[in-house]
Design a protein around this ligand. Structure first.
Ligand code: 4NP
Length: 183
């Protein structure tokens, strides 16, 4: 088993047994990639009738956009696929390492910043990059920042996130608690 498979299995185990699966997606600004990941993941678990088993949030390593809705371009592209993004940006805080089971950075810079912020080795062990779950496009071992890109950049992010979120949900397996009203 390589390092990535090992890390993926470790996350799967942490989520499989959790009474509530608490997942935090992290990018730089918390206005493009991570709120989109949050919206896509929420849609995946809702569609599978698993809403009651998951707590999904997002945050940014930077604080430039605190309180803002996601970038308008991200909201438009996401809405075309049926995801309404209403998250308000916030910065990652140390307590997130207690409040979440898995913390998922979008790229290597986000990952480095999270390692710096993690208060304990146990907290650091919760950090797992989003690329672990990407298997449609092997040239991406990160989710690229679309902020300075055109429409293609936003569509690429959504393609990668849909792929990764479905795989992450598969890995976690059927939860012990399900929202039967959605089934
Ligand atoms: P995100 O994209 O990290 O996916 O939210 C960015 C948003 C804003 C900035 C950079 C990246 N910015 O420099 O303001």
């Amino acid at each position: 088993m390589n390092d990535n498979q090992y890390m993926r299995r470790r996350v799967a185990r942490a989520l499989q047994d959790a009474p509530l699966r608490r997942v935090l997606f992290v990018c730089l600004g918390n206005i493009c990639r991570s709120p989109a990941a949050q919206g896509v993941m929420q849609a995946v678990v809702d569609a599978r009738g698993e809403s009651a088993a998951w707590l999904i949030d997002s945050a940014g390593t930077g604080d430039y956009h605190t309180g803002d809705l996601p970038d308008r371009r991200m909201r438009v592209h996401a809405l075309r696929r049926g995801y309404e993004l209403t998250h308000r940006a916030r910065q990652v805080r140390e307590s997130d390492f207690d409040d979440f089971d898995v913390i998922i950075p979008m790229d290597a810079a986000n990952q480095r910043d999270l390692h710096r912020l993690a208060p304990t080795p146990e907290s650091e062990a919760k950090i797992a990059p989003m690329a672990l779950w990407i298997d449609i496009a092997t040239r991406y071992d990160y989710v690229p920042d679309p902020y300075y890109e055109g429409a293609e950049g936003f569509e690429l992010v959504l393609d990668l996130l849909e792929n990764a979120c479905a795989n992450l949900c598969d890995d976690a397996g059927a939860p012990k608690i399900t929202d039967r009203s959605k089934q």
